[in-house]
Design a protein around this ligand. Structure first.
Ligand code: IPD
Ligand code: CA
Ligand code: CA
Ligand code: CA
Length: 263
């Protein structure tokens, strides 16, 4: 996984800043895809297929490719933070997760391994289920801050065609006055990795996809944090909402979120 991410990351580093060669197209009003997204995904696909020829794939650009029955699949966002990438902002990542099939064959189950790789500053956040979360070889722990008034939290802001501005504004109004600060950096997988690394005390966003949250969610859990939907219920990667945080701030945040979406 790391070898594949480093190879694809090298391509992204080379393409970064070459906007005129990136063949930008739109999937929605503010939803861009570039040659760099596709090339990174192709590299990841080739490398991972070579390593595990019988596993399946769920990829942002290429969709679903079945593997052999009973085998895991890779969930891939080849470039999380395309808008940052396009604007020359060096904050984007490659996100890869491994999802196991359910034992009874009734669909997809747990995420068991995760990697979020930030090519520009060469940070590799990874986790294995029950074996912890790591930044390179340093064990990760969520932040120990216990007061909302000391908490720095991250979010994603809706954009044209994605998300509900009214709901986001209500949530912002509920959380903003309580916390030390709110950030919007533009790559959900890195927001989650940074919660795992204790850089943020929490993160919330709606309208996300499995490839945005699968790897980062495992990182947070394995770093001792909590991941849920906005009401505090367990979050499945197909849920579009995610709230991640340390204990006890996760529960304080989910009460504020739940109140704001009820209002
Ligand atoms: C996006 C980023 C962004 C989030 C969007 C995602 P993409 O992913 O994670 O932070 O706010 O909802 O779609 O399209 O750059 O891979
Ligand atoms: Ca995208
Ligand atoms: Ca993404
Ligand atoms: Ca993407």
């Amino acid at each position: 996984m790391e070898r594949a991410a480093r190879k694809a990351g090298g391509r992204l580093r080379r393409d970064f800043g070459e906007v005129e060669h990136l063949q930008v197209s739109r999937k929605g009003p503010s939803d861009f895809v570039t040659k760099a997204d596709r090339a990174a995904e192709r590299t990841l696909y080739d490398e991972l297929l070579n390593a595990r020829p019988d596993w399946g794939f769920l990829m942002e650009e290429g969709g679903k490719i079945d593997g052999d029955p009973g085998k895991p699949r890779w969930i891939i966002d080849p470039l999380d933070g395309t808008s940052n990438f396009l604007h020359g902002i060096p904050h984007f990542a490659i996100s890869i997760a491994v999802q196991e099939p359910k034992l009874d064959g009734s669909g997809w189950g747990e995420i068991t391994a995760a990697l979020v790789y930030q090519p520009i500053n060469d940070e590799s956040f990874w986790a294995e289920k029950s074996r912890g979360a790591w930044l390179h070889d340093a064990r990760l722990r969520v932040s120990g801050r216990r007061q909302l008034s000391e908490a720095l939290v991250a979010t994603g802001i809706p954009f044209q065609g994605h998300g509900d501005f009214g709901e986001w504004t209500r949530i912002f109004g509920a959380i903003g006055p309580q916390v030390a600060g709110i950030r919007r950096f533009g790559a959900a997988s890195l927001d989650l990795a940074w919660v795992a690394a204790g850089r943020f005390e929490g993160f919330w966003e709606s309208d996300l996809q499995p490839w945005d949250t699968a790897a980062g969610g495992l990182l947070v859990r394995e770093a001792g944090g909590f991941v849920s939907d906005f009401r505090g219920r367990s979050q499945h990667i197909c849920d579009k909402q995610i709230l991640a945080g340390n204990d006890p701030l996760h529960s304080r945040l989910h009460k504020l979120l739940a109140g704001a979406i009820r209002a």
